[in-house]
Design a protein around this ligand. Structure first.
Ligand code: ADP
Ligand code: MG
Length: 366
């Protein structure tokens, strides 16, 4: 199924990808599975033949989402190395499998430290930094609460308030002790790590590294809404990335930006959600309440050279809201953002001024 293609055909003549950052968990709401759908097909309307064909491969299920890599490359090993790198991150960092590094740390919480790989340790250090900079809006120790909202690893359950209240005191990045020798210790028994807000971004950066190692000079990576536009298309054109209209069940494109060598990562309340008793609950949680963040934003998109950073900051900004998010981004001058508020007003950080094309008349420029 490729609903994004409809938007593409109507609206654009260039390649475009719709940042549809929702995945299999959506099926819990009765919707068909979907994910970021790369539409970066070679443009038949362009007369100039590309130096290479754009080849697209998709895998479903890695890091709980659908991954699509489109690259100007005919190297089988380039693609298999990329998917292998994502599978490796999934294996080590998922909280959902009993044998991952993160599960091993969680299993001995309150008792002892566990050793993790260099990568996981470094990622946890970065997560701690973003926790500090964001005043706790981004907190990978959310696991004890986020797991209450999940069934079989998918966002699919509405917990009782009493369950959330019981677990909330365990959400405390301060209780995660990172020591030399790549050890991680969780102070409180029952506290848990959840890298769901940063692991896809990290995997995306690894894919980029692999592509560069294989000499690929143009590619479009999409890990469930974590987009990376690498290099340029044949003829030197930048990639066009569409940001989805941020409403459940509406696949229109809110705006488009032209980018090269940039991660474009969106967090939105329409991505993974459940409906219960007429109310909708999405999967980005406010660590202070344990409930879905209600900050006046419908989506936040971060544009940055690092996908890892963009992933964590998009989650943090979504929790913080427009003003708090802008303040946070002042500490990250290399990152730009597009905020869409509950009343459909679009704001950008100064560095994106004029680069965002609004493509849906329901969206106003703030
Ligand atoms: P997506 O995974 O859909 O791209 P995000 O990057 O915003 O969306 O990450 C949301 C995921 O991160 C949740 O599914 C959960 O695993 C975890 N998470 C939820 N709230 C937070 C938070 N405040 N800080 C860190 N991680 C969070
Ligand atoms: Mg994120």
């Amino acid at each position: 199924m490729d609903r994004s293609a409809l938007a593409y055909n109507h609206a654009f003549t260039l390649c475009i990808t719709i940042a549809l950052a929702f995945a299999l968990a959506l099926s819990s709401c009765g919707r068909a599975p979907s994910s970021s759908e790369a539409l970066a097909a070679a443009d038949p309307t362009q007369g100039n033949p590309a130096p290479n064909e754009l080849r697209t491969e998709t895998r479903d299920g890695l890091l709980g989402t659908i991954v699509t890599i489109s690259a100007y490359s005919d190297s089988d090993s380039a693609f298999s190395d990329c998917f292998g790198a994502i599978a490796d991150v999934d294996r080590r960092m998922t909280a959902n499998a009993a044998d991952s590094e993160i599960a091993a740390v969680n299993a001995v919480a309150g008792k002892k430290a566990a050793e993790v790989s260099d990568d996981t340790h470094r990622l946890l250090l970065l997560a701690r930094d973003i926790y500090e900079q964001s005043g706790g809006a981004f907190d990978v120790s959310i696991g004890s609460v986020s797991s209450l909202w999940k069934e079989d690893g998918k966002f699919a359950r509405l917990p009782e308030r009493s369950e959330i209240e019981a677990k909330l005191p365990l959400v405390s990045q301060g209780g995660i002790v990172l020591s030399e020798g790549n050890t991680v210790r969780i102070d409180k028994a029952g506290a848990m790590l959840d890298l769901g807000g940063i692991a896809k971004g990290y995997a995306c950066d690894l894919v980029l590294e692999r592509l560069k190692e294989h000499g690929v000079s143009g590619a479009f990576i999409d890990l469930g809404g974590n987009i990376y536009a690498h290099g340029r298309k044949p003829g030197g054109k930048k990639w066009r990335v569409g940001i989805r209209y941020p409403e459940i069940g509406d696949d229109a494109v809110a705006c488009v930006l032209n980018v090269s060598d940039r991660a474009v990562v969106t967090s939105g309340g329409y991505e993974r959600y459940i409906e219960r008793g007429g109310a909708t609950y999405h999967h980005i949680l406010d660590p202070k309440t344990g409930y879905p963040a209600e900050s006046g934003l419908r989506s936040v998109t971060i544009v940055a050279a690092s996908s890892t950073l963009a992933d964590a900051l998009s989650t943090a900004c979504f929790v913080l809201g427009l003003e708090g998010g802008k303040q946070l981004l002042e500490k990250y001058p290399e990152c730009e953002a597009i905020f869409i508020t509950d009343d459909n007003t679009l704001y950008t950080t100064d560095g994106l001024g004029g680069q965002v094309e609004i493509t849906d008349s329901r969206i106003k420029l703030g």
